[in-house]
Design a protein around this ligand. Structure first.
Ligand SMILES: Nc1ncnc2c1ncn2[C@@H]1O[C@H](COP(=O)(O)OP(=O)(O)OP(=O)(O)O)[C@@H](O)[C@H]1O
Ligand SMILES: [Mg+2]
Length: 299
C-alpha cells in the first residue's frame, strides 16, 4: 500500500475499491487530477447568494470569535437568517456558542468528503453554527495543502449549503496570513478587520492592505471595515489609539467598547447580547448589525 493509500485508509476509505472518489481525495496529498475538464470545474468559483461576512486580523486574541458570535446573535435578532462558520482549526467557536464539541466539524468532514449541511447546530437566537471540529496535526496539514491547491474550496462548500439571499454567513478565521484567511477573502462581501486599540494592531494595517489588495481588484471586491474592539472610554491611551487609527485610515473606524459582561458571556457560554443589553457594547454591536443588514453591494 502506498503512503497516500495508507493515510486514506486512516479515514476509513478503501481507495483500491473506491476509484471514483480518489482524484478528489488525492488533492490533499498534493497531487491534482489528471482530467482537464475536472481541473477546469475545480477552478470555476460559484457565485454565492447569501451575504458573506469575514472577520479577519493579523493579531491573535483581538476578539474575532467574540464578535462573530455577537454579530450572529444580533443579526438573527434583527430578523436575518445567520450561519456562523468556524474556519479556524483552533476550533474555539463552539465555546462561544456553547454548542457540542463532540459532533464532527468541517475539518474532518471535508477530508472525508462529507456534506456540511448536517453539521449545523442551533446557536444563539436561533442562528446556525458550523464548528471546525477536532482534527490532528496530520489531518490539518492535509487539509491546508488541499485548500492551497483549490482556491474555490470554500465557495463550493458554501454553495452546497443551498443558502439564499436572505441568509448571512459570518466566518471566523485564524489570526494571520494563512490558507483560511485567503479562502474567506475569496468569498467575502464584507470584511471586518478586527483590531484592538494598541500599537501592535496599528502596525499591521499596511500588511493587511497588501494582503487585501488582490481581492479589492477582483470582479466582486468586498467592502472592508476596520473595527476597533475593546475600546476603553476611561483610558486616555485607548482613546488616543482610536484617534491614531482614524488618522491612518483617513476616516473613523468602527468601535466596540470593552465590556466585562462580554468576558463573562464566554465563561458561561451565554449569548453576549443577553449580557450587554443597555450597555455601550450593545449599541456598538447593534450599529454593526445595521451596517451588515444593508443589501450586499454586488447583489
Ligand atoms: N468587547 C469586548 N469586551 C470585553 N472583552 C472582550 C471583548 N471582545 C473580546 N473580549 C475578550 O477577549 C478575549 C479574546 O477574544 P476572542 O477569543 O474572541 O479573540 P480572537 O481574536 O478570536 O482570538 P484567537 O486569535 O485566539 O482566535 C476573550 O476573553 C473575550 O471574552
Ligand atoms: Mg478566535
Amino acid at each position: 500500500m502506498s503512503l497516500s493509500e495508507e493515510l486514506l485508509a486512516l479515514f476509513g476509505k478503501n481507495v483500491i475499491r473506491d476509484a471514483q472518489g480518489i482524484d478528489a481525495r488525492m488533492h490533499f496529498f498534493g497531487s491534482v487530477p489528471a482530467d482537464e475538464s475536472l481541473s477546469q470545474q475545480l477552478i470555476e468559483t460559484p457565485v454565492l447568494r447569501p451575504k458573506i461576512v469575514a472577520l479577519v486580523s493579523i493579531n491573535g486574541g483581538v476578539g474575532r470569535s467574540t464578535l462573530a458570535t455577537a454579530l450572529s446573535s444580533g443579526l438573527q435578532r434583527h430578523g436575518e437568517s445567520v450561519v456562523a462558520l468556524d474556519l479556524d482549526p483552533q476550533n474555539a467557536l463552539h465555546h462561544h456558542f456553547g454548542v457540542s464539541s463532540t459532533l464532527p466539524g468541517i475539518g474532518r468532514t471535508s477530508l472525508e468528503h462529507g456534506a456540511w449541511g448536517p453539521l449545523q447546530q442551533v446557536g444563539f437566537a436561533g442562528c446556525q453554527v458550523i464548528t471546525f471540529g477536532d482534527i490532528d496535526i496530520q489531518q490539518q496539514e492535509n487539509l491546508e495543502r488541499w485548500l492551497k491547491h483549490e482556491p474555490s474550496w470554500l465557495a463550493r462548500r458554501l454553495s452546497s449549503l443551498g443558502l439564499s439571499e436572505r441568509d448571512t454567513v459570518i466566518i471566523d478565521t485564524p489570526a494571520g496570513n494563512n490558507v483560511y484567511f485567503h479562502q474567506a477573502l475569496s468569498v467575502a462581501d464584507v470584511v471586518l478587520v478586527i483590531v484592538q486599540a494598541d500599537a501592535a494592531c496599528l502596525g499591521t494595517l499596511d500588511h493587511l492592505d497588501t494582503l487585501l489588495a488582490p481581492y479589492l481588484e477582483g470582479e466582486r471586491p468586498p467592502v472592508v471595515h476596520v473595527v476597533v474592539n475593546q475600546v476603553d472610554e476611561r483610558n486616555a491611551f485607548s482613546l488616543d489609539m482610536v484617534e491614531a487609527f482614524k488618522q491612518h485610515l483617513g476616516k473613523a473606524p468602527l468601535e466596540v467598547h470593552r465590556d466585562v459582561a462580554i468576558n463573562e458571556a464566554l465563561a458561561f457560554a451565554a449569548d453576549p447580547l443577553d449580557n450587554v443589553v443597555k450597555r455601550l457594547a450593545s449599541d456598538d454591536i447593534n450599529e454593526l448589525c445595521l451596517l451588515l443588514k444593508a443589501p450586499k453591494k454586488n447583489a
